[in-house]
Design a protein around this ligand. Structure first.
Ligand code: MG
Length: 277
């Protein structure tokens, strides 16, 4: 495929002068008569699959499941505990009852049932959530065990079966989708329960809609820190095959949502603690 460079736009999207802030550049290329936006973070293309340009994170042995640490602490809001009653804390995105299934005490994504969201809304928070990709793996790459945990309904911590399943690192299990690869690959085999412990600080916007404080993530996957107080450089939603969107002003609180990506991924033991800003 011949790519014609229409414009090379070096856009510094940094709000502050922190040396650690990634440099983001964009190019618009013409492909088959269409203008396609490419985004690069520190020179690496979003969804780069070439390991010479974006190495795969090191594979580590998951830490043993810590039942005590996984228990909802006193005062936490339980969002799902395996009961039908707790399913009522979730709905389809349009507010109707979800078509996801309660299976063996787990909430299972149903193809074409759509995303689900909490009825309650949250901003900065600490979220514990457990997930299992299908025991019988099907598909490959992004097609295997794909779901996602969306803070404020939009900032995605990817859920994927990344056990002996390679994809672009910024879309593998634990990635802040399209924005940040996980420090390590701590995935368990398909069918096994995995944990995320997510500490999320919400973004803040000014009146004009400009982000004045970017979101931050610390994520622990099966006992391993995979994001250590990472500042999220922008949104994680799809803007093209190699591009994700920028921040767009939203409310101070929004539901947590979980993705239906067509794979029957299961969730259990979901609880949340609100954090003061
Ligand atoms: Mg996903």
């Amino acid at each position: 495929m011949k790519l014609t460079l229409l414009s090379a736009l070096a856009l510094s999207l940094c709000a502050s002068a922190s040396a650690k802030e990634p440099v983001i550049t964009k190019e618009v290329r013409e492909e088959n008569g269409q203008k396609v936006e490419y985004m690069f973070i520190n020179g690496i293309k979003v969804h780069e699959e070439d390991p010479a340009k974006q190495p795969q994170p090191e594979i580590v042995t998951p830490k043993p499941y810590d039942a005590q640490a996984a228990k909802a602490p006193e005062g936490a809001i339980v969002l799902f505990d395996g009961t039908a009653e707790s399913v009522e804390k979730w709905s389809a995105m349009n507010g109707e009852p979800t078509k996801w299934k309660l299976v063996d005490g787990a909430l299972e994504s149903v193809r074409e049932a759509g995303y689900i969201r909490t009825k309650k809304e949250f901003g900065s928070c600490r979220l514990h959530i457990e997930f299992a990709s299908p025991a019988k793996p099907e598909g490959s790459g992004q097609g295997r065990g794909n779901s996602g945990v969306f803070l404020m309904g939009q900032y995605e911590v990817q859920v994927l079966d990344s056990y002996e399943n390679t994809t672009y690192p910024d879309g593998q299990c634990g990635a802040l989708y399209g924005r940040k690869i996980p420090l390590v690959n701590a995935s368990r085999p398909p069918g096994e329960w995995q944990t995320y412990d997510i500490t999320f600080t919400r973004p803040i916007f000014d009146e004009a809609g400009k982000v004045t404080r970017k979101a931050r993530f610390t994520v622990i996957h099966n006992g391993h820190v995979i994001h250590d107080d990472v500042e999220l450089s922008g949104a994680t939603s799809w803007a093209g095959p190699h591009s994700v969107k920028e921040y767009a002003k939203h409310a101070d609180k929004a539901p947590i949502s979980l993705q239906d990506h067509g794979n029957p991924v299961r969730f259990r033991n979901i609880w949340i603690q609100e954090i003061a800003d």
